[in-house]
Ligand binder design. Structure first.
Ligand SMILES: Nc1ncnc2c1ncn2[C@@H]1O[C@H](COP(=O)(O)OP(=O)(O)OP(=O)(O)O)[C@@H](O)[C@H]1O
Ligand SMILES: [Mg+2]
Length: 270
């Protein structure tokens, strides 16, 4: 079994001139499933983008390492090459690039044997009940929300990364697809030792994908960590105990320094 570890230490980061992450500490090792839950706008997707190196996000402090290597010093493609994978909350459509070409290019870049890629893809499609007819389309183009999430899961299955960050992989999936995708990811933790950092709003993802640790991200930091029971508890209690996220509150009042994010319909006297 591989032995990889993603270590996030004191990570501070901002976007659009606003500090969103104010000191994140997390360690995800091979075979482990960590779940991040938290209010809308608390910075969950920001964390995923900062780990993967999306342009526009500014790292203000702290470190991210994969097996000791400085992830923040790498270009996004180098992060993928090192073994990181991100399933985005809103997967990007890439006109003109078929899935098979993209996966072959990823394999070739990593000096992996590209032979039998179509076969690999169709095995993975079968595992999550994804219809073959979607596979010839350009990457994510004209796929429904749920089909895009299945397409991300399929890529995860083919690429076999060391650590996968899954940003709301469950959103938009119907109940059958959710079960199939969650099962596939759970299987990867056992078959290839995949380490998972799964962002979700709902405990239902965790029926098949078994969480080892659940963390609450609010106000820019991990406010609480626990076991799978914490996800269940949050479904009834919500996040009131963790306070409101500053960006959300500022936006609602319509006087955020975030400029275009300020709510134009907010009461100006609030
Ligand atoms: N490009 C940007 N410019 C300015 N602010 C941004 C930008 N991108 C994100 N933000 C703000 O950063 C904050 C965190 O956003 P993020 O997408 O990380 O939240 P989230 O926790 O993933 O929320 P959700 O549960 O709704 O997906 C929000 O207040 C958001 O409006
Ligand atoms: Mg998000």
């Amino acid at each position: 079994m591989p032995d990889h570890v993603l270590e996030i230490r004191g990570l501070r980061a901002g976007v659009g001139g606003k500090e969103i992450l104010k000191g994140i500490d997390l360690t995800v090792a091979s075979g482990e499933v960590h779940v991040i839950m938290g209010p809308n706008g608390s910075g969950k997707s920001t964390l995923s983008h900062v780990i993967m190196g999306r342009p526009g996000y500014e790292v203000l402090g702290g470190s991210v390492t994969l097996d000791g290597a400085d992830v923040l010093a790498m270009a996004p493609y180098e992060r993928a090459h090192a073994g990181l994978f991100l399933a985005m909350q809103y997967p990007t459509e890439v006109p003109g690039v078929p899935l098979v070409d993209m996966l072959e290019a990823a394999f070739a870049a990593a000096d992996r044997d590209v032979a039998g890629m179509r076969e690999r893809i169709s095995v993975e499609a079968g595992r999550i009940g994804f219809d073959d007819r979607f596979l010839s389309r350009p990457l994510n183009v004209d796929l429904s929300g749920g089909e895009k999430k299945r397409n991300e899961t399929l890529q995860l299955g083919v690429l076999q990364p060391a650590i996968a960050i899954l940003d709301e992989i469950d959103s938009g999936l119907d109940v059958d697809a959710l079960r199939a995708c969650a099962r596939r990811i759970e299987a990867a933790t056992e078959e290839t030792g995949l380490g998972v950092l799964a962002i979700t709003h709902y405990n239902r993802l965790l029926h098949e994908l078994r969480a080892d640790h659940v963390h609450v991200l609010a106000r820019g930091a991990i406010q609480r960590s626990g076991g799978p029971d914490l996800a269940l508890e949050l479904e009834t209690t919500g996040y009131a105990a963790f306070g409101v996220d500053e960006p959300a509150r500022a936006d609602a009042a319509g006087r955020a320094d975030g400029g275009p994010l300020a709510d134009p319909f907010a009461d100006p006297l609030a």
